[in-house]
Design a protein around this ligand. Structure first.
Ligand SMILES: [Zn+2]
Length: 281
């Protein structure tokens, strides 16, 4: 991805040097880690044990710190590109785009959605309209065989996709239904939300390339590969050896890649109604 020299967003709250406290609740880009965490913690709830993670910044070498700062810069530029694209697409519809804040943290941080840790993965909190990212997720993606800068750009764009859903009132609608739904039914809606966020990430990639010419050969494959790597089926198979479709909250590898690609191919927000898609009913 071409990003060096790009405009850095000013909406980044860099808390990498600040230690938070406590451990996270789930809801991020991937379902399984949060699920395992909850199991590990005995089902979550309000009485979560407080686990203090070491402040890794003390242990970083100068070289690691430089790499970390480079990644922080990359995140700021990608967030800037999401502002450019969504600002334009909203204004074309006569609306004003309200930009989200992105919190960069290391180890753990507090959000309106609970405590975040590196184990929860990147996530969007509708309560404070902020995207939370621990840069160690880069390494996590590599471990999941999804390396590359555009894999990370896709992750950021997916979280910003949740912000778009918040602005359009979609996430509130789903949240309001939650109490009337069984867990299995709610999981279905969760999958529709997540796949739509993948779709919106694809829409972003398309317009960002048209506006700013960001893509290099192989970038879209990096994003599709990442979408594949964090499908519920793949992650469940890796972590527990079998797959439980009713417990899916983010969609299969195939579905995630499909919806990102659909967003990228069409660039048309109106093509992303995952809630009415027959294959997801
Ligand atoms: Zn998501």
């Amino acid at each position: 991805m071409k990003w060096i020299g790009g405009r850095e967003s000013s909406n980044v709250d860099d808390r990498r040097g600040i230690s938070g406290g406590g451990l996270a609740v789930g809801g991020g880009i991937i379902g399984v880690i949060a699920l395992l965490l909850n199991m590990f913690l005995g089902g979550g709830g309000s009485d979560q044990p407080q686990i203090q993670l070491p402040d890794q910044s003390q242990q970083m070498t100068a070289e690691e710190k430089a790499a970390d700062d480079e990644r922080a810069k990359f995140v700021k530029v990608v967030l800037g590109y999401t502002e450019d694209v969504w600002g334009k697409l909203f204004s074309e519809q006569g609306k004003q785009y309200q930009q989200p804040t992105l919190v960069l943290f290391r180890g753990n941080a507090q959000s309106a959605c609970g405590f975040a840790s590196s184990a929860s993965g990147p996530f969007y909190c509708p309560g404070d309209r902020e995207v939370y990212i621990d840069l160690s997720f880069y390494e996590e993606l590599k471990n999941l065989s999804a390396p590359g800068d555009f894999a990370m750009a896709y992750v950021i764009a997916h979280e910003v996709g949740h912000h778009i859903q918040k602005l359009l009132g979609i996430s509130d609608k789903v949240a309001n239904m939650r109490q009337q739904l069984s867990e299995g039914e709610y999981n279905k809606y969760s999958v529709m939300m997540e796949l739509q966020a993948d779709f919106l990430a694809g829409v972003w990639a398309k317009h960002a390339h048209q506006m700013i010419n960001i893509l290099e050969p192989g970038d879209i494959d990096e994003a599709l590969n990442a979408a594949n790597a964090i499908g519920d089926d793949r992650l469940q198979k890796q972590s527990q050896g079998y797959v439980v479709p009713e417990s899916f909250t983010h969609g299969t590898s195939q579905q995630r890649a499909y919806w990102f690609k659909k967003g990228f191919d069409t660039g048309d927000m109106n093509q992303g109604d995952t809630f009415r898609d027959p294959s997801l009913q």
